[in-house]
Write a protein that binds this ligand. Sequence first.
Ligand code: HEM
Length: 528
Amino acid sequence: MGFTIALILLSIAWYLLDRYFLSYWKRNGFKQLEPSFLLGNSRKMLTQSESFYEIFDEFYYKSKGQKFIGMYNLYKPSLLVTDPQMIHDIFIKDFGYFHDHSIEFDTDNDPLSGFLFSLTGQKWRDLRVKLSPTFTSGKLRWMFPVMKQSSEVLVDFIQKGVDNKNPVFGFGELFRRYNANLISSVAFGIDNDCINNPDNDFFIYGLKNFDNSFRNVVRQFLFTFMPKLMNIFKIKFAPQDVDDFFMKIVHEIVDYREKNNFSRNDFMDLLIQLKNQGYVSADKEIPDVDDDDEMETIENETEQKKLMKLTFNELAAQAFVFFLAAFETNSASMTFCLTELARNPKIQKKVQDEMDEVFATQDVTYESVNKLKYLECCMLESLRKYPPVPILSRECTKDYKIPNTDLVIRKGTDIKIPIMSLHRDSEIYENPHDFIPERFLDSPTGNSKLDDQKSAIFYSPFGDGPRHCIGMRMAKVSAKLSIATLLSKFTFCLEDERLHHEEIKFDKKSFPLRPDHDIKLRAKVRKN
Ligand code: HEM
């Protein structure tokens, strides 16, 4: 009897507490999405019944007409911001209130998690200033031959398949293998062949960060909903065997290069400079005049020299960030773009015509690849339709009064920005489900009407403001290079005819956007 009464009282108390926590937004004057008992607005995320994009797209349309709306990750309040003007303020104008991503790691316990994306406040700022010079167009031009080698291996692999009457390839996996090659040579300075050898350790350990194993799903859950618990129980961001593998490999490379005074054109060289002298030696080339980042870098060089040197652990974490930030996003963006080209043979032919014209008189170089303007439009359109990071986040780092309202976003609040829903909103982009690269011919946002609204953000596959993707230029160049080298030799068509009429479905377990199955494309050798 006593037990039953205690149970009833406990249930009532829990119910009341639940109602209290899940009315945080209402109590603070905000509108909110209707939360469910115990789960807030996270039921579909927990059951993985839809992809992250679809879940947030539903929230986006439920909140139409509002500029922002409260929601709950379990009991944690989070603000969904859908107004392009307010998104601009968060990313750029009021960046001082929103400079952090809403994640936290204990880098003392988990050194590999000390990568740029996860750092906060001054630590982030110092590292961003130090790393920016390693991503300039001058440095990319310097690394270009290393990237080109990886794309030539990819072309040879496809040629072998065609010669052996196996012309059908799963490009999700193949581009992951290509990116593992690219990352291992550009970031770690190792010439691996993950394309011909899918059992290569580099590829296997890279893949382990993103597979849908039970262990990764639990880690993703804790990371999203209970980051503090990860720190309390000292759960590392990467699986332990992945952590051991990368730490060991970085130790070996750094030791070897330092002992033998060895260098080559890669990111590891630049990281070693940051470790040993605290700054990256200046480019000899004259920077492009329209290259904002580059100008920022040159101006900051004096500032950089005053900064502390990178520790070994910081160096290892920045090399590792290539895997986290580039492996899945780069592979997904290449897969989506090539798939759209296979779905749209006329567009593919137009890309090939442009390449034939540019490469008729020039080799494949950093400069000539940058002349492929129509291919660039295809990449941008693909990133509009399929941004590999469909939802962006920020943390409010001090109380923020929303302009023209009495509402205050409290310090510590998680902000979510459903960028993919904006990219696919028919009120913003006409026929948003159609693949129309021409949108970007005269407009950086893919919609010239939006370009007039300078202080609003509608198109943002790489984020925006001081915390935008530092690898954006590298992502664009490597994708253009790989697709251009492929399309100069082959034409691709869909193996699964249904994709001519049906939209691609997305993996429900993966936060980075990727297709729910490996899309197969058939390669045909081009006739000269
Ligand atoms: C198509 C490929 C890629 C896409 C779509 C992409 C997208 C993004 C996005 C959306 C962010 C968050 C930006 C924000 O919060 O405003 C980000 C951050 C970042 N990305 Fe990328 N990325 C790509 C490739 C790369 C590559 C190749 C690298 C190379 C290392 C890279 C390194 C990073 C890093 C280090 C950050 C954290 C920046 C910071 O916090 O300061 N990304 N990326």
